[in-house]
Design a protein around this ligand. Sequence first.
Ligand SMILES: Cc1cc2nc3c(=O)[nH]c(=O)nc-3n(C[C@H](O)[C@H](O)[C@H](O)COP(=O)(O)OP(=O)(O)OC[C@H]3O[C@@H](n4cnc5c(N)ncnc54)[C@H](O)[C@@H]3O)c2cc1C
Length: 414
Amino acid sequence: MSDAAEAGQGSGRFSLELGADLVQVRDWLHDFAVSVIRPAAAEWDEREETPWPVLEEAAKIGLYSLDFYGQQWLDPSGLGIPVVFEELFWGDAGIGMSLAGSTLAALAVVANGTPEQAGEWCPQMFGGPGDVKLGAFCSSEPDAGSDVAAIRTRAVYDAARDEWVLNGVKTWATNGGIANVHVVVASVDPALGSRGQASFIVPPGTPGLSMGQKFRKHGIRASHTAEVVLSDVRVPGSLVLGGRARLEERLARVREGGNAGEQAAMKTFEASRPGVAAMAVGIARAAVEYAAEYSRTRVQFGRPIGQNQGVAFMLADMAASVDAARLLVWRAAWMARQGKPFMRAEGSMSKLVAGETAVRVTEQAIQILGGNGYTRDFPVERWHRDAKIFTIFEGTSEIQRVIIGRAITGLDVR
Ligand SMILES: Cc1cc2nc3c(=O)[nH]c(=O)nc-3n(C[C@H](O)[C@H](O)[C@H](O)COP(=O)(O)OP(=O)(O)OC[C@H]3O[C@@H](n4cnc5c(N)ncnc54)[C@H](O)[C@@H]3O)c2cc1C
């Protein structure tokens, strides 16, 4: 074998083409987005409620299921989840978030839990046709948003009963209070800050867990967001993610001044970022397509508005930036699947660029639609409202820049 062939040069192994299976999945989801999600989008945005009938439809065809998401998660290219989320959010972001919200809770269990914990609890976050369920991941608190180390919810071990006792208030939880299974991040040893935290499973119907206020939001209104109040919530000792023995070992290492590894919430966010970024790409793509079509049919001064460079150039920038964002998403997702560490914060880069692209591009789409774009008779105003969340949740744009800044300078950027 020549040196060049050994080095992979000329082998043609580099490809940006989706495999046949993924193309099939993408087209199948696109059909669902066109025929089920889009027609329901405006109604559920106005109702500001979880679109249970849509979840039911999705469960019936095997889309809303742990099996389906699990299969996509395991796609060897890493692109399964990005392709799925882009398509669902192209349909509608509020409904998309209702269809995807449980995956964040499931991911927390898979990333931090034992295989037995994942096998027992993840299926209960999805249920099945006729009995659809949700999962919720509860990290944020009123005084601990970007500053995850400031979490005050306490988990105290009651050795006599082999139970954990959880007390605190979680906020901004997607599916919070209406989920079947809640995954709660809590402090076990406050003196250790973020390194003293762990995640706990709160099973369905556990006394002491209740929903606080439900938020009325700017966008993704078909996705339920609420406070979760934990008042002397008792869960079996085995429900700390990863198991108690591993937690005790980790805490002992930290107390001795050793390395605790990554904190639980951070590990979940790092793994989920390219997927969340793909959601933003879906919204942005929807806006570009809609605005391009509008520019072909809206006539002013005797010609389609798209014939004006002022409009066509805007569309060109929009289309190019959506493709650029997707490429960052695919790179990060591919790296994660190949087990390559994000040495330059590639996951954060994808989330930062995709989120900001979605906000900018949806705003430009409103501009291209003129007055129509500003009304609820056209979907672009909803897409603009929906897009804004992507610069806020799962780490704000500023926090992504902090993470990227640290990665590329090696400095303790604050
Ligand atoms: C619709 C919705 C759904 C959500 N779903 C979930 C969920 O399911 N589970 C969950 O746990 N959380 C969830 N969140 C919470 C979300 O992750 C937080 O809102 C987010 O992390 C920001 O925290 P914060 O709102 O407290 O803002 P803050 O942290 O108070 O930030 C306010 C501003 O200060 C900036 N800022 C803060 N620190 C710095 C810094 N060091 N450098 C520069 N700028 C900084 C921020 O970038 C931001 O602009 C959700 C939020 C929303 C709105």
